[in-house]
Design a protein around this ligand. Structure first.
Ligand code: NDP
Length: 496
């Protein structure tokens, strides 16, 4: 791979490009298994160096004392840099993750939009003058936490990195980023853009390296004041336990098993396209994948026939082909896990309506491709309906009425997203309010806006990212009382 833009085998630690002292990480291209790059990952010592420099940079008056609109200029520059280098960034991310170029370009532009939004939000954010209950002025102000960390997964790295780094910097913190070992390259592009934008050195480091070493150190180090994590529920639970020990706030964006609901009165073309996009785009490697489909019984057979036929027309192919809708899965190991889920679904009595295997043909032999798969005949309590697959596998179930639907939809440990297809808006509103989840889409799916908060309920997570409040999640609130009377307190006055 052309390495012109990414310094070969160097990490961005405390404002310097240097070789990591941890275990080697290899990035392979999922379309053919070829090696993109090897790099020495970060070690615990590297994390400690990054933290020490971040502490210094975060408390330096050159950063700490600048006004919000001045701090915002760095974020605007980072946004411009991401947009300027979007082609390069998307190429690196497609090589790293196997995603299509069109998707990774959209992710790069979304990261640029996140920095721009957070800069604008920062410039316009107001502290509050709270109603006074006596002769004093009361204020509620927000201040930086200090040194913070973001830990991200492999499925949409540049976008999830930006969702942590942009609000953390906007809030006036230093931030250390640990990306997934499966997609270590694109965070180095982000570091290059941040360096180009002139952010004071030490405020940002990127530390690809083993989760159990680098991630663990970031979570447990006493100087780290907040961790925002996106990843699997079990890792999130472990991080929350360790954070509880040091009473550190965490935000957790975790897994999902999101219901998509098609009522008999829905526009079936809209519903069919939305269901396919919701579960099969990104080859199903999405926390919000609509992976449990509930179809009203009166249209169950008709809708499934339409869905299966359309799914079989989806184009599986190379990430660099403009026509590709489904690119390879990230790694052979991950495809093995997806295949295990399908095997267990079969053992549980699932009927494969389409897919359930690798695509045939010379174009697919070297890459980690898998066909979009639809499985019927399972109970909502089956393993496939309970466990996150993180691949292109859809379980379909019929429902009889609204009560039955809401009960089944909510009977799941996750609560990340939901899609509802109907032409009856009062019904959509009723069901949207009844489903226990963080986001609901009506007659659409997987639409995102940086100005709208995102996060999960139940085992899908804690806290919210995005939106104006997204900056405050990286700040400490302080209340200030200023006495206006200028006289001694009456309680002590007699003793004066
Ligand atoms: P993991 O939980 O395995 O890893 C996520 C990140 O955590 C990686 O950077 C990983 O590093 C790191 N990590 C691993 N162990 C530890 C540890 N002990 N302490 C600190 N950090 C650690 O998830 P995946 O990478 O497999 O990502 C897929 C998961 O992410 C899915 O469950 C998906 O639902 C979820 N996700 C949630 C989203 C949301 O917004 N709700 C969005 C996208 C994904 P390393 O790679 O080195 O192991």
């Amino acid at each position: 791979m052309d390495q012109a833009f990414t310094p070969q085998d160097k990490l961005y630690i405390g404002g310097e490009w240097r070789r990591g002292r941890g275990a080697e990480i290899a990035s392979n291209f999922p379309a053919d298994g070829s090696l993109n790059a090897k790099l020495a990952g970060a070690s615990q010592e590297d994390v400690d160096v990054a933290i020490e420099r971040a502490q210094y940079a975060a408390s330096d008056p050159a950063w700490r004392k600048i006004l919000p609109h001045e701090r915002a200029t760095f974020l605007y520059k980072i946004s411009e840099g991401l947009a300027r280098h979007a082609d390069r960034i998307s190429l690196v991310q497609s090589r790293d993750t196997g995603k299509t170029l069109s998707e990774t370009r959209a992710l790069a532009m979304s990261a640029a939009g996140t920095f721009r939004y957070m800069a604008a939000a920062l410039e316009t954010m107001e502290d509050a003058l709270t109603p006074s209950r006596s002769n004093y002025l009361t204020m509620s102000v927000f201040e930086p936490l200090g040194v913070t960390a973001g830990i991200t997964p492999w499925n949409s790295p540049i976008a999830s990195d930006a969702q942590k780094v942009a609000p953390a910097l906007a809030a006036g913190n230093a931030v250390l980023l640990k990306p997934s070992s499966w997609s270590p390259l694109v965070c180095l592009e982000l570091a290059r853009v941040i360096e180009e934008a002139g952010l004071p050195k030490g405020l940002f480091s990127t530390l690809p390296g083993a989760g159990a070493i680098v991630g663990e150190r970031l979570v447990t180090h006493p100087a780290i004041r907040k961790v925002s994590f996106t990843g699997g529920t079990e890792t999130g639970r472990d991080i929350a336990r360790k954070a509880a020990d040091k009473l550190m706030p965490v935000s957790l964006e975790l897994g999902g098993k999101s219901p998509t609901i098609v009522f008999a009165d829905a526009d079936l073309d809209v519903a069919c396209a939305g269901v396919m996009f919701g579960v099969f785009s990104s080859t199903g490697q999405s926390c919000i994948a609509g992976s449990r489909l509930f179809v009203e019984r009166s249209i169950y057979d008709t809708f499934l026939a339409k869905l299966v036929a359309a799914t079989e027309r989806l184009r599986i192919g190379h990430p660099f082909e403009a026509t590709t809708q489904m690119a390879p899965l990230i790694r052979p190991k991950h495809r093995d896990e997806v295949e295990d889920h399908v095997k267990r679904a079969r053992e549980d009595g699932g009927i494969i309506l389409t897919g359930g295997e690798r695509p045939a043909g010379a174009d697919y032999t070297d890459g980690t491709y898998y066909r979009p798969t639809i499985i019927a005949g399972l109970a909502n309590t089956s393993r496939l309906c309970r466990e996150e697959v993180f691949g292109p596998v859809l379980a379909v179930l019929p429902f009889d009425n609204e009560d039955d639907l809401i009960r089944q939809s909510n009977d799941n440990s996750y609560g990340l997203a939901c899609g509802i297809y109907t032409s009856d808006f009062p019904k959509a509103w009723r069901v949207a309010r009844a489903i226990d989840t963080g986001t609901v889409w009506v007659n659409t799916y997987k639409q995102f806006s940086i100005s709208t908060p995102f996060g999960g309920t139940k085992e899908s997570g804690l806290g919210r990212e995005k939106g104006r409040e997204g900056i405050r999640a990286w700040m400490a609130q302080k209340s200030i009382y200023c006495d206006l009377s200028q006289v001694p307190h009456p309680w002590a006055k007699s003793a004066l």
